[in-house]
Design a protein around this ligand. Structure first.
Ligand code: ZN
Length: 248
């Protein structure tokens, strides 16, 4: 690949500052850990952005130079400005990929892209999760076993209020009995959106090899494929590319 995939890892970056147990697991922030393992790939370059930076770190310049945006938020979804959400949505429709992790299900941008409430059930008991690959031919499942285990997680249960996905890649089972659509993929305009469930801030989930593989695969899948971004803001009337006559 001649050009690297330009990834911006966005994190609200609050838990790490206010909860020592989170800082112990992610001393460089969740965004720092995700950017670190992605950056080990020769075809990916990363930068990070956080809520408390000007424009949440998502300036026009940053967005224009982002191929795939990764989103982690939990306690401060409402502090994300609607103006930035509008800009991110426009970039997705023009081809930028979006990967939403875990509690990002309630982020403004994910709900905007889904058009539904994106609610779910949850329980924080540190139980075991088994994630099943239910679409083994999907690019995001590349290199993964039939199923794998997250030893300790926060449970998310159905009903997960999302539109029917274009692809359901992962299905989770939890020790307590629930199941959950853990990996769902969508096309939105020229862009692609992937939601991936694991990632609670007090568990070292973003260090786990299978989880890193999924996010890396998702970056490659979500990267734009249709060239330069174009303006989709108008629906122009056009002349036909071939000459023709219409008979009565
Ligand atoms: Zn959580």
């Amino acid at each position: 690949m001649s050009q690297k995939i330009r990834v911006t890892v966005w994190n609200e970056f609050r838990h790490e500052k206010t909860h020592q147990e989170v800082a112990d697991v992610y001393p460089d922030g969740i965004h720092g850990q995700i950017a670190a393992f992605l950056g080990e790939n020769p075809d990916i370059e990363t930068r990070t952005a956080t809520l408390d930076e000007p424009e949440h770190g998502l300036t026009d310049e940053v967005l224009a130079n982002t191929d795939v945006l990764i989103w982690w938020g939990h306690m401060a979804h409402r502090e994300v400005s609607d103006e930035i959400v509008d800009k991110v949505q426009r970039r997705i429709l023009n081809g930028m990929g979006l990967i939403v992790l875990h509690s990002g299900h309630f982020s403004k941008i994910f709900r905007r892209m889904m058009g539904t409430n994106c609610s779910l059930k949850w329980r924080e008991a540190g139980e075991r999760e088994r994630i099943w690959v239910v679409d083994p031919g999907h690019p995001i499942a590349k290199g993964l076993p039939e199923s794998f285990v997250v030893p300790h997680c926060e449970m998310y249960g159905e009903f997960f209020d999302i539109p029917k996905p274009d692809a359901l890649v992962f299905l989770s089972w939890f020790q307590g009995g629930e199941v959950f659509r853990s990996g769902v993929a969508y096309h939105r305009g020229k862009g692609k959106v992937f939601y991936f469930r694991p990632g609670h801030e007090t568990f070292p989930i973003f260090y786990q090899p299978e989880i890193k593989q999924v996010i890396t695969n998702a970056v490659r899948w979500a990267a734009p494929v249709c060239g330069a971004y174009t303006d989709l803001s108008t629906a122009p009337m056009v002349s036909a590319p071939e000459s023709f006559t219409v008979s009565d």
